[in-house]
Design a binder for this molecule. Sequence first.
Ligand code: IDP
Ligand code: MG
Length: 156
Amino acid sequence: MADNKERTFIMIKPDGVQRGLVGKIIQRFEEKGFKLVAMKMVWPTEELLKKHYADLAARPFFPGLVKYMSSGPVVPMVWEGLDSVKTGRKMLGETNPKDSAPGTIRGDFCIQVGRNIIHGSDSVESAKHEIGLWFPEDKKEGVIDWASWAEKWIYE
Ligand code: IDP
Ligand code: MG
């Protein structure tokens, strides 16, 4: 059965926020047709970032990655829709912007792997984990259930 409620965790990194790309990035996901179900702007702690990137802790670039990610506010979001995890990754492009095709977010807006402006979950399982990390508040407040409101009045 098609899972139209699949959720992915997307986060605009500090350089994306600083460069004024928040609106353009949100626009791509909205125009694609995914539903925004959670969003906020936060200056993340190193503690949270170390948890978020725990699987990369042994990599040589890890200290620099945590420093970069904690250098300013980020915009974490949850987007919902069919195949949102896989499609979200396609929309982002490759990890290294130099390998990212034009038309992708990283392919269009950045150059260096260490400043690649956006994060996207790589599996449904990691999306669930990341959504729990960044939106720990109770689901009722943190993540919106569209069926409970928008579809009732926009499409009535
Ligand atoms: P992803 O963001 O495409 O999922 P990951 O391999 O999970 O890529 O790496 C997480 C983040 O770590 C990347 O988005 C990038 O910011 C950073 N990163 C990955 N590889 C390198 C590297 O070789 N040098 C510097 N930073 C890196
Ligand atoms: Mg990753």
